[in-house]
Write a protein that binds this ligand. Structure first.
Ligand code: F6P
Ligand code: MN
Length: 354
């Protein structure tokens, strides 16, 4: 194959070209699309740094600082946040919220957009050369100011996406009309459309959870996982597979590729009463993408996109992915004896459990 045939055909497929119609619409839609382009540019810079690994310095080194939620800040967390802030200068971004910033920042007071980001998700994986990512959420700025721009339901998002830095760098994006997949072409340094209308398969046999927390979980989560582990000998009557990368973006990308469900539930450890993940810049954008791809996202009882945050770094339990599985897990929360109605064999489930 010659170099010429191996090069992707970029005509009409670059991110910029794909966002042109939205930019032409004017108003918030246009401002959001331009902001997405700026975020994508920042992510190309982050991707460059990550590709260098240790040659770029000690990216996984702890800076000595901690973010507002008490997590250790790594060198790459800080550099990614700086790159995003630099890229947003000159856009219509009025307010900026980041995992790495204690408070909401005002960038352009006349701007019409509010941006929330997790600049570097999965940072425990930096030194291990395992996939990590950037997550972003784009809201209309509220006339009532900074807090009101973010303390609102995730359904108000104009755009949401993540960039995964893996064997290739990919952007998964929604501007509210389905989900598109863009791959970073290293030669042209452009994100190029690879797929449109990504859809999460409705049913699945794969789940992702940090099972080391089993003893801290609530009953509905334990029951759901117990039934998965029991496999073909349990009430579900079939076997399941488990994965845990410890990078939310990597789990999300797998779920977008082949289905599955992700759980980071609330648990009984101190500080984990609302789970681990942050509502504004982790759960809400992932939930928007999941719903746009035909999946679902819940905290166990309420859809993530209906939740209204009251603090910037608020956590939420997060369960998302294939619709059938998310509905089933909600069922376990509403009625812990959920399976009884599903499998007559296990009508006596109480007899099998302490
Ligand atoms: O951002 C938080 C995060 O790193 C996610 O990317 C990931 O899903 C989770 O935390 C990993 O949690 P744990 O350390 O419990 O495995
Ligand atoms: Mn994160």
């Amino acid at each position: 194959m010659s170099d010429a045939t191996r090069r992707p055909d970029l005509s009409g497929r670059t991110l910029e070209a794909c966002l042109e119609p939205a930019i032409a619409e004017g108003g918030d839609k246009s401002a959001a699309a331009r902001t997405v382009l700026a975020l994508a540019t920042a992510c190309i810079g982050i991707s460059d740094l990550i590709a260098l690994g240790p040659l770029a310095g000690s990216l996984g080194a702890v800076t000595g600082g901690a973010n507002a939620d008490g997590d250790e800040q790594k060198e790459l967390d800080v550099q990614a946040n700086d790159l995003i802030l630099a890229a947003l200068a000159g856009t219509a971004t009025a307010f900026y919220a980041s995992e790495e910033e204690d408070a909401i920042m005002t960038l352009d007071p006349a701007g019409s957009i509010a941006v929330a980001v997790d600049p570097l998700d999965g940072s425990s994986n930096i030194d291990a050369n395992v996939s990590i990512g950037t997550i972003f959420s784009v809201m209309p700025a509220s006339p009532d100011g900074a807090s009101a721009s973010f303390f609102r339901p995730g359904r108000d998002q104009l755009a949401a996406g993540y960039v995964i830095y893996g064997p290739h760098t990919a952007l998964v994006l929604t501007i509210g009309d389905g989900v598109g997949l863009f791959i970073l072409d290293p030669a042209s340094r452009q994100f190029v459309k690879a797929r449109t209308n990504l859809a999460i398969p409705v049913s699945t046999r794969e789940y992702a959870i940090n099972a080391s927390n089993y003893r801290h979980w609530t009953n509905p989560i334990r029951l759901f996982i117990d039934d998965c582990i029991a496999g073909s000998e349990g009430p579900r009557g079939r076997d399941f597979n488990m994965r845990w990368v410890a990078s939310l973006v990597a789990e999300t990308h797998r779920i977008f590729s082949r289905g599955g469900v992700f759980l980071y539930p609330a648990d009984n450890r101190p500080g984990y009463q609302s789970g681990r993940l942050r509502l504004i810049y982790e759960a809400a954008p992932i939930a928007f993408l999941a719903e746009q791809a035909g999946g679902a996202a819940t905290d166990g009882t309420a859809p993530i996109l209906d939740k209204i945050p009251t603090t910037l770094h608020e956590r939420t339990p997060l369960i998302f992915g294939s619709l059938e599985k998310v509905n089933r897990i909600t069922g376990y929360h509403v009625d812990p004896a959920f399976e009884r109605s599903v499998s007559p064999l296990f009508e006596q489930r109480g007899l099998f459990r302490a």
